[in-house]
Design a binder for this molecule. Structure first.
Ligand code: ADP
Ligand code: PEP
Ligand code: K
Ligand code: MG
Length: 574
């Protein structure tokens, strides 16, 4: 095998100072570098306009656990859709931006979830604001079955309700239309369906005491607005000033003299007693991510992480902080650092800060997450009009493009996939716009010179970080086809992803759970594979498995990294 390698031997003593230089061992193997790619893949037209490929059904002998090493050693697990895309369009054209879909009444059946997986869904989100545990359990198990039977690696994200103020259900109606000037009653009484006409339940007992006549009431982040005109005991009468559609359990905020009233909100816990029950449910069902709504500080994230660590082996659930409140913006860096990822939850964010500030906040959160090496999801209203219509507005396409151009790790559909009429079409728009903008960005060589500060906390981590920074640079300069990273913890894969290299990153991990979680990160193509500390053996095995499947070819140029050896090799696939 022609390769050129560089190994960094990690010092045994972790206290060793950062300034001492590591020991370098150049490879004695002959070098044959192919500097220019000649593979047909580079000339294949981009897949943006093509329909999604049909997944190849894989026999997964090792995805379920409890299978002998000997059986597992011979196989490799890769996402069926990615495999088909790679074969059809080559390395360069794989999508780097990951896609999250909220599962709801429009998408909860097995065939509907499968259609989303085929369409490129990387993460399925369930929102605990809605539905019962039985409903969520069915969805989660369907996703898992799909992964096991059809070779997908769709991760599951559970999103907590949080204890902010919201409306109740609409007495069984999916939505209710409000007209300009109509008077509606918001009541803290425990009203049972059928609700009196133009009456809405509010979940927070202090609501009728807290609001004042003249306050402005924003429902669902301002999609519908009311003015408080009268208080009658538990009932608050409001006149509609901006008409629209009320959806069940929509969030409510109220504003006075142009500012958000949030004294009481600040007293409410971030994780309510109901949220803890939902979290126990999520742990029991083995979700991959828990997204925490209305995070105010890093403490709550640390608290949840230690709760999870005490309850699950190897802490296999990642915690995502939703940035959607003024408090989360005040403590942004420490919240992001405490979390395993963040979400720019623009829906509620837009109700807490003036709308015109949302784009710059999005930009800041995306940047900080990348700098601190945490995956970031841009969420809410990306394709809102597609809830009702089969094509997006031009403005929506521009919004999606901007998030892709900012190199966010992932984009999220909410109502578009949960209760819209065109979930698959909305996903297709996200996929094709992502592919097109990513390609444009590469062709124009517009890599932003984003400064990536050190994130390492030990010398060994520092070496990994330097290796990844160098490998990404080498990958771009040499025009390699892919970077391979063998990772036990996922750390080196995410450090590589942080560099946003031009080529895709094949991340090999021994764990199915880590493989699913890596599926949220920009540019990572996660594989499950049993491997050892011997890179030569790992590479030979990977090359032969991937060649057998037609995913790589002889002559492809790859850079291979390992976090066990902390090594870099540049290799032509034999
Ligand atoms: N599990 C569910 N059951 C019923 N309806 C749901 C469910 N999940 C989502 N929805 C519907 O999809 C809409 C959009 O989803 P999402 O943005 O996650 O929630 P919200 O609007 O409450 O923030 C919700 O308002 C709700 O009408
Ligand atoms: C994603 C969001 O949270 P949720 O849909 O749970 O309100 C949001 O507010 O943008
Ligand atoms: K939520
Ligand atoms: Mg929200």
């Amino acid at each position: 095998m022609a390769s050129q390698s560089l190994h960094f031997l990690t010092p045994v003593n972790p206290s060793r100072s950062l300034s001492s230089s590591p020991f370098l061992r150049p490879s004695l193997l002959p070098v044959r570098l192919r500097l220019f790619r000649s593979s047909a893949a580079a000339h294949t037209p981009p897949p943006d306009l093509n329909p999604s490929p049909v997944p190849v059904i894989l026999s997964s002998t090792n995805g379920i656990g409890g299978v002998s090493i000997a059986a597992a050693a011979s196989a490799i697990d890769v996402d069926a859709v990615t495999e088909a895309e790679l074969k059809e369009n080559g390395f360069r054209s794989t999508r780097r931006t990951k896609l999250v879909c909220t599962i709801g009444p429009a998408t909860c059946e097995a065939e509907q979830i499968e259609a989303l997986a085929v369409g490129g869904m990387n993460v399925a989100r369930v929102n605990m604001c809605h539905g019962t545990h039985d409903w969520h359990r069915r969805v989660i198990r369907q996703v898992r079955r799909l992964n096991e039977e059809k070779g997908f690696a769709v991760a599951v994200m559970m999103d907590t309700e949080g204890s902010e103020i919201h409306m109740g259900d609409l007495g069984g109606f999916a939505s209710a239309k409000t007209e300009d000037g109509e008077v509606w009653t918001f009541s803290v009484r425990a009203l049972k369906a059928p609700l009196p006409e133009r009456t809405i339940n509010v979940n927070y007992d202090g609501f009728a005491e807290d609001v004042r006549v003249g306050d402005e009431l924003l429902v669902d982040g301002g999609m519908v607005r009311f003015e408080v005109i009268e208080k009658l005991g538990p009932d608050v009468r409001c006149r509609c000033t901006d008409p629209g559609l009320l959806l069940p359990r929509a969030n409510i905020t109220f504003w006075r003299d142009g500012s958000l009233v949030r004294e009481r909100n600040a007293m409410l816990p971030t994780i309510s007693s109901k949220d803890w029950l939902d979290i126990d449910f999520g742990i029991a069902e083995g979700v991959d991510f828990i997204a925490v709504s209305f995070v105010k500080s890093a403490e709550v994230i640390n608290h949840l992480k230690s709760y999870i660590a005490a309850r699950c082996r190897d802490r296999e659930i990642s915690v995502v902080a939703k940035i959607e409140s003024i408090d989360s913006l005040k403590n942004l860096e420490e919240i992001v650092l405490a979390s395993d990822g963040a979400m720019v939850a623009r829906g509620d964010l837009g109700a807490q800060i003036p709308l015109e500030q949302v784009p710059s906040v999005q930009h800041t959160v995306v940047k900080i997450c990348r700098q601190l090496n945490r995956p970031v999801i841009v969420a809410s209203q990306l394709l809102e009009s597609m809830i009702e219509y089969p094509t997006p507005t031009r403005a929506e396409v521009a919004d999606v493009s901007e998030a892709v151009r900012q190199r966010a790790d992932a984009l999220m559909l909410s109502g578009e996939s949960a209760m819209g009429q065109f979930p698959d079409k909305a996903l297709t728009v996200l996929r094709s716009v992502s592919l097109r903008i990513e390609r444009w960005w590469r062709e124009e060589k517009r890599y932003e010179a984003m400064e990536l500060p050190d994130v390492a906390s030990s010398f060994s981590d520092k070496i990994s970080e330097e290796i990844c920074n160098s490998a990404a640079k080498m990958a771009n300069n040499l025009g390699v086809d892919a970077v391979f990273v063998y990772t036990k913890t996922g750390q080196m894969a995410s450090l590589l992803s942080r560099c946003r290299p031009d080529c895709p990153i094949f991340a090999f991990t021994t764990s199915t759970s880590l493989r699913r979680r890596l599926n949220l990160q920009w540019g990572l193509i996660p594989f499950r594979l049993s491997f050892s500390d011997d890179m030569e053996t790992n590479l030979n095995k990977t090359f032969s498995l991937l060649k057998q499947r037609g995913m790589i070819q002889s002559g492809d140029l790859v850079i291979a990294l390992s976090d066990m050896l902390q090594s870099i090799q540049v290799i032509n696939v034999p």
